[in-house]
Write a protein of this length. Structure first.
Length: 101
C-alpha cells in the first residue's frame, strides 16, 4: 500500500502560516520570502484539492478544512522532531574504539 503524502517541504510553511495567521511572519520565522511561503501553500492546496486559507487583502484565516489540518500537521511535525531528537541522542552516546597494531 502506498501512502498519499502532501509535498513535505510545504508542511513547515503551512504550519508556521497557520500558527501566525500571517504569511510574512511565517516567512521571517523560516528565513524565506513571503512569495516562497505563498507558493508552498498554493502548491499544497493544489495537491490536496482543497483551500486551506481564506485570503483577504491584508489577512488570512484558516478554512474549516484548514483548521484541523493545521493541528494534524503541527502534531506530525512535533512527532518527527521528537523522533529525530531520540535517534540522534542515542547515536551521540556511541563509543568509538580505536586499536593499533
Amino acid at each position: 500500500m502506498t501512502r498519499r503524502l502532501p509535498p513535505l517541504n510545504a508542511l513547515p510553511a503551512f504550519e508556521a502560516a497557520a500558527r501566525h495567521l500571517n504569511f510574512s511572519r511565517a516567512a521571517d520565522e523560516l528565513n524565506l520570502t513571503h512569495g516562497a511561503i505563498s507558493r508552498a501553500i498554493k502548491h499544497l492546496e493544489d495537491q490536496l484539492g482543497v483551500q486551506l486559507f481564506e485570503r483577504a487583502t491584508r489577512s488570512v484565516r484558516l478554512t474549516p478544512v484548514g483548521e484541523p489540518y493545521a493541528v494534524a500537521v503541527r502534531e506530525a511535525l512535533d512527532q518527527l522532531a521528537l523522533a529525530t531528537q531520540t535517534a540522534t541522542s542515542r547515536h551521540s552516546g556511541s563509543t568509538l574504539n580505536v586499536s593499533t597494531s
